[in-house]
Write a protein that binds this ligand. Structure first.
Ligand SMILES: C[S@@+](CC[C@H](N)C(=O)[O-])C[C@H]1O[C@@H](n2cnc3c(N)ncnc32)[C@H](O)[C@@H]1O
Length: 341
């Protein structure tokens, strides 16, 4: 399979993609990771599901070939690949070529699209259809290679923009943007049928993404107006959580949940209710550990410098992964992926 991931963050898109692949119980190995292009060796056909689920994946599909990035190299690869295995003569197709990571512009993209379109049509007897083809080929130049694939998933235009915080009926400045929130849910690896918990849910930025991928989401916030905000925001997208509770996340009223992703208050945008982020984490994390089975995950954001990993270590978690997200001059978020040990 191949994936085109977002270039907007250096580590989160690949971290999220890896977490989603792991959660899909697919045997896989990441073969190439060249800036936005990721190639994955696997026998499973999960490109569509994995692409659709990941916040930072723009495109996903079946890998056809990789070759040297010259016209000769591409011509040889077309000859050597049985393209009729990928496209039958009854099907129509188009091809679009992209370049990632500032690679050489020696070969014109449009020119190559015409050449490859012609070659694929000759090899397979399939017809070109530029506007609504049965299959869409994608050519990609990365540093030292050219890759050809068939697209199975493309993020629908405006799907993220429609969920922007300001587009939701209930807004709060502390809320999280959809891609980051989706990636946090995915990093927590909820399994089908699991209860997913956000115990500091605010107006529901994270919970919304969890419910959108089919989790049974449960939210909790100390402030009733935040709980009301989450309910309104979920309803706006035709969703409902399994339960929304007004309460203190330092006293969790649950026996067991499958995964947790959360963004506790920092005392700037969202109130810590006279506490501090670190104190809240010190009291919340042991509680969270007691409702997660060993091996399950908790993903938590906090301002860099909170020393959340220390608190996690002391509470029976192991830090599995760490991402830094710059927000503005005085805030960089540290996202920790914690495994219950
Ligand atoms: C950073 S916001 C969460 C934003 C949320 N992830 C979103 O995308 O909308 C933190 C939330 O924690 C809530 N909060 C503060 N202390 C709490 C506590 N002890 N228990 C539960 N919620 C608390 C605040 O009211 C605030 O809504």
């Amino acid at each position: 399979m191949f994936f085109v991931i977002s270039g907007e963050h250096p580590t989160l898109p690949l971290g999220e993609l890896t977490a989603v692949l792991e959660a899909s119980a697919t045997q896989f190995a990441i073969k190439t990771d060249a800036f936005k292009y990721v190639e994955v060796n696997t026998q499973s056909d999960v490109a569509f599901e994995v692409g659709k689920r990941s916040g930072y994946t723009d495109e996903a599909g079946v890998h056809v070939f990789t070759c040297e990035p010259t016209l000769d190299g591409i011509g040889r690869a077309v000859n050597e690949t049985g393209l009729s295995e990928f496209l039958s003569k009854e099907e129509s197709f188009n091809i679009r070529v992209a370049r990632y990571g500032g690679v050489t512009k020696e070969i014109s993209r449009v020119g190559l699209e015409a050449i490859l379109g012609d070659r694929i049509a000759r090899e397979t007897s399939a017809k070109v259809n530029l506007t609504s083809p049965d299959k869409k080929f994608r050519g990609i130049f990365t540093g030292s290679s050219f890759h050809l694939g068939i697209i199975e998933y493309q993020r629908p235009k405006a799907s993220i923009a429609n969920r922007r915080p300001r587009k939701r009926p209930s807004f709060h400045p502390s809320t999280m943007v959809p891609k980051l929130a989706r990636s946090m849910v995915n990093l927590s690896q909820p399994r089908p049928g699991d209860l997913f918990l956000d115990p500091f849910c605010g107006v529901g930025g994270i919970l919304l993404e969890a419910c959108l991928i089919g989790c049974s989401g449960v939210g909790m916030d100390a402030l009733p107006r935040m709980v009301r905000g989450t309910r309104r925001n979920l309803a706006h997208f035709g969703l409902a959580s399994l339960g929304l509770i007004e309460g203190d996340a330092r006293k969790l009223p649950f026996r067991e949940v499958g995964a947790i992703a959360t963004d506790p208050p920092y005392g700037t945008g969202a109130s810590t209710l006279k506490s501090t982020t670190r104190k809240i984490l010190d009291e919340f994390l042991p509680q969270a550990r007691s409702i997660l089975a060993t091996g399950r995950r908790l993903v938590v954001a906090s301002p860099l410098g909170t020393a959340a990993s220390q608190s996690a270590d002391d509470s029976g978690f192991k830090v599995l992964d760490r991402h830094l997200v710059y927000v503005h001059r005085s805030l960089t978020r540290e996202i920790l992926v914690l495994g219950a040990v």
